[in-house]
Design a protein around this ligand. Structure first.
Ligand code: ADE
Length: 241
């Protein structure tokens, strides 16, 4: 199963739409449907209020549960969430620094296990916990830092997921050769000219011996993962044990 549709629920859906339209992902229209939902359209009063102060006091504003719930219900329902397996219904992700960190392996699982995703971007100080309890399947973070809003996180998550859909990126081989695709960083890459500022392209890459090139790339890939990302190298060793 491959990902076919992503709904974004956001106060700034245009930021996500515009951001995606400037990349290769914007040309993936025949592979995936993107639906942008303006959270403010579900506000309950004439001032279009979407947030309120935290119960018990404290700084900042929280997104209101009823507004979030109605926006979410425009795509799916509690009944669907309760009754249908996660892979067969819209799966809801809330972007938040409290979520699990996104990694390439996780993105691959998501892109292949879900036909439809709902990506909810938080804003202000956060969201009312009851929306999370009722509607969210998974909280996801793109890194241990705090953004002003989830829109940039949504762009990152969508970009990572969409480029994994078969046919979106030029060749399947370029996806298969991505850094991190096999838990390793990519080998160094070169193009013409053969010599630049006194630095030359390694001879092996110009020799036309494909087996030798593969061997060189694999060795380089391992060596630079060990050097630049010892954390990844250790994780890889552990999974192999
Ligand atoms: N919203 C604010 N900070 C975030 C982060 N690090 N990841 C995902 N969503 C966020």
């Amino acid at each position: 199963m491959a990902l076919q549709k992503i709904h974004f629920i956001s106060l700034f859906p245009d930021v996500i739409r515009d951001g995606l339209s400037h990349s290769l992902i914007g040309k993936a229209g025949d592979k995936i449907t993107l639906n942008f939902i303006q959270l403010r359209d579900f506000a309950k009063n004439k001032h279009k209020t979407v947030d309120d102060t935290p119960s018990g006091g404290g700084a900042g504003m929280l997104l209101k549960p009823d507004v979030l719930f109605d926006a979410w219900s425009s795509v799916t329902s509690l009944e669907e969430k309760r009754l249908r397996p996660a892979a067969e219904r819209p799966y809801t992700i809330l972007l938040s620094p409290q979520g699990k960190l996104l990694a390439q392996s996780k993105a691959k699982t998501m892109a292949s296990h879900h036909r439809e995703l709902i990506i909810v971007t938080g804003h202000y100080e956060g969201v009312d916990e009851r929306f999370i309890d009722l509607c969210v399947d998974e909280e996801m973070s793109i890194g241990d830092y705090v953004l002003t809003g989830g829109e940039f996180a949504a762009l990152v998550v969508a970009d990572v997921l969409i480029r994994l859909i078969p046919g979106v990126v030029g060749s399947e081989e370029s996806v298969a050769r991505d850094s991190l695709e096999n838990g390793l960083l990519k080998a160094p890459q070169y193009t013409r000219p053969r010599e630049f500022q006194g630095l030359t392209v390694p001879d092996v890459l110009l020799g036309g011996n494909h087996a030798a090139i593969e061997k060189w790339r694999s060795e380089q890939s391992q060596a630079r993962t060990k050097r630049k990302r010892p954390d990844l190298w250790e994780a890889l060793k552990k999974t192999k044990q």
